[in-house]
Design a protein around this ligand. Structure first.
Ligand SMILES: NC(=O)C1=CN([C@@H]2O[C@H](COP(=O)(O)OP(=O)(O)OC[C@H]3O[C@@H](n4cnc5c(N)ncnc54)[C@H](OP(=O)(O)O)[C@@H]3O)[C@@H](O)[C@H]2O)C=CC1
Ligand SMILES: Nc1nc(=O)c2c([nH]1)NC[C@@H]1CN(c3ccc(C(=O)N[C@@H](CCC(=O)O)C(=O)O)cc3)C=[N+]21
Length: 300
């Protein structure tokens, strides 16, 4: 059996359409345009690409995009000053500080300086606590996108065994919280997990967020399982020419698609959904800030 491909590119386009329709209504009825500020410190080329793509898509759904590019040697005080200004700016409903930050800047300190109501990444300690206690939160974009695809694919997730490989604050942990929120039986695996292949084989839902190319093997997958590949790994692709690279996930896709029931590809899976969910979160933050009705189907 060959697995169903979960088309993240197409799904993300439907999310953006919903966001765009809601934004158009807000502008017409309320005279309010949601705004997203993205802050990039330094000139990491991969981050450059993502930030540009975010800016384009933000404008594409009718929202305002504010890009702030700061030099790598920006001081913590300068960055905190900018965040304070964005917190106070009523035209800015969402703030995203692109990670990783240069090593002289304290990531937790910077993230926790963002107004939690504008924290569209969902990384602020108050949003993390809210998610963990089942209170209304801003939910991290990547796990939110994964949850949307899982609900669409499987309907009700209740009672399913979910295994998340990876325990980072930005993907693994919030993913586990969301799956628990949908009443899955959740296991979080990581680099110290014993017998990882056996743990993975129990999963009806397997989420790989490891950061190692083709790490999850075909025979780690329970036949019929739904596999979500979060990994974005750039590897050499000499077949495309000297010095060329290509993107692969954390799952050995060719082997896995023969065993899984459904699987997300890389590229074209979780990545596009992450950006679509960032736009959805900005719209949600704008609606909450103004006391407007929230969009349906775009939150956890
Ligand atoms: N598609 C998207 O939108 C996004 C994709 N990503 C991608 O997802 C991947 C994960 O990102 P992120 O969570 O930030 O990564 P981190 O490096 O922060 O976390 C990786 C996790 O994988 C675990 N791990 C590493 N090696 C092994 C191993 N041999 N066996 C089991 N577990 C292991 C680590 O365990 P331990 O904690 O024990 O060290 C850690 O918990 C990356 O490829 C990243 O590029 C990230 C964000 C968004
Ligand atoms: N504060 C913050 N929030 C983030 O959400 C955040 C971040 N920092 N730092 C970096 C990671 C990574 N990330 C991705 C987003 C989109 C794609 C994406 O669209 N990928 C395309 C391919 C893009 C390409 O070709 O390079 C795909 O998978 O199809 C990938 C990765 C968000 N991150």
């Amino acid at each position: 059996m060959t697995a169903t491909l979960i088309d993240g590119t197409a799904f993300a386009a439907t999310v953006r359409e919903k966001v765009a329709a809601h934004v158009a209504r807000l502008k017409e009825v309320q005279g309010v345009t949601p705004g997203l500020a993205v802050v990039l410190v330094g000139d990491d080329p991969a981050s450059e690409v993502y930030v540009r793509s975010k800016g384009k898509q933000t404008v594409g759904v009718g929202m305002n995009s504010y890009e702030h590019r700061l030099p790598a040697e920006t001081s913590e005080t300068e960055l905190l000053d900018l965040i304070a200004r964005l917190n106070a700016d009523k035209d800015v409903h969402g703030i995203l500080v692109q990670l990783p930050l240069p090593s002289h800047l304290d990531e937790s300190l910077v993230i926790n300086a963002i107004d939690p109501a504008k924290d569209v990444d969902g990384f602020h300690i108050s949003n993390v606590g809210r998610l963990g206690t089942g209170q209304k939160a801003m939910v991290p974009c990547t796990p939110l996108g994964c949850l949307m695809m899982l609900r669409d694919q499987l309907g009700n997730l209740s009672g399913l065994n979910a295994v998340v490989i990876g325990r980072s604050n930005i993907v693994g942990k919030p993913m586990a919280q969301l799956l628990l929120g949908d009443s899955c039986t959740v296991t979080i695996a990581h680099s110290r997990t014993k017998d990882l292949p056996d743990v993975a084989r129990r999963a009806d839902i397997l989420v790989a967020a490891v950061g190692r190319p083709n790490f999850v093997q075909g025979d780690w997958i329970k036949p019929g399982a739904t596999v979500i590949d979060v990994g974005i790994n750039r590897i050499p692709a000499p077949e495309k020419g000297e010095g060329k690279t290509r993107l692969v996930g954390d799952v050995d896709f060719v082997a896995a698609r023969e065993v899984a029931g459904a699987i997300t590809p890389v590229p074209g899976g979780v990545g596009p959904m992450t950006i679509a969910c960032l736009l959805a979160n900005t719209l949600t933050a704008c609606c909450r800030a103004h006391g407007f009705a929230e969009p349906e189907g775009l939150t956890a």
